[in-house]
Design a protein. Structure first.
Lengths: 122, 107
């Protein structure tokens, strides 16, 4: 079964870091890109960046540069997103999603994880 | 960054209605526009990619059109399962950006 299974909800204090995992199954992990997006409560969707699991290469939205790190472990077909220096503005549901590999033209998402709620509160 | 503007932000419609949602890009994005449906508490679902290609498994009542800066999503005959929020997304250039969403509610 082709699916993305994300780790569970997190509660973090301001200034802390969070790591969210995305375990893939049912397809070849290295043949597709994994993207990370987020959605604040009642808000729209925001793209954070993507990783090419084959090469480990990443592309991050400038807004998150220096604060986000995306990695992948090909041995267990799992992608990870680490976000540091959290503030209350980072409270959101974080999604991993799959796209075709290649240029941005192919970066639409036909497979999504269920989302991970990250709450930042003192 | 390319700004994506959807209209309306919400609409009320009846079962069987034809519904059209528009999405405008702040610059030309050729045909690289995608549409998603999202229901409360769930991840988005891809409906249309490349402006007009219906994703496999999506009912043919959904259709998309447009190129350049102006795009539309049409639902030919609204059914109860179609009440949701719809988002457009450009995949022309990074950062990928989304419209603010259109919430389709029951009249």
């Amino acid at each position: 079964q082709v699916q993305l299974v994300q780790s569970g909800a997190e509660v973090k204090k301001p200034g802390a870091s969070v790591n969210v995992s995305c375990e893939t199954s049912g397809y070849t992990f290295t043949s597709y890109y994994i993207h990370w997006l987020r959605q604040a409560p009642g808000q729209g969707l925001e793209w954070m960046g993507r990783i090419n699991p084959r090469s480990g290469g990443t592309s991050y939205a400038q807004k998150f540069q220096g604060r986000v790190t995306m990695t992948g472990d090909t041995s267990i077909s799992t992608a990870y997103m680490d976000l540091s220096r959290l503030t209350s503005d980072d409270t959101a549901v974080y999604y991993c999603a799959r796209s075709l590999a290649g240029t941005t033209f192919y970066w639409y998402f036909n497979l999504w994880g269920r989302g991970t709620l990250v709450t930042v509160s003192s | 960054d390319i700004q994506m503007t959807q209209s309306p932000s919400s609409l009320s419609a009846s079962i069987g209605d034809r519904v059209t949602i528009t999405c405008r890009a702040s610059q030309s994005i050729s045909r690289f526009l995608n549409w998603y449906q999202q229901k409360p508490g769930m991840a988005p679902k891809l409906l249309i990619y490349d402006a007009s290609t219906v994703q496999s498994g999506v009912p043919s009542k959904f259709s998309g059109s447009g190129s350049g800066t102006d795009f539309t999503l049409t639902i030919s005959s609204l059914q109860p399962e179609d009440f949701a929020t719809y988002f457009c997304q450009q995949s022309y250039i990074t950062p990928l950006t989304f419209g603010g969403g259109t919430k389709v509610e029951i009249k």
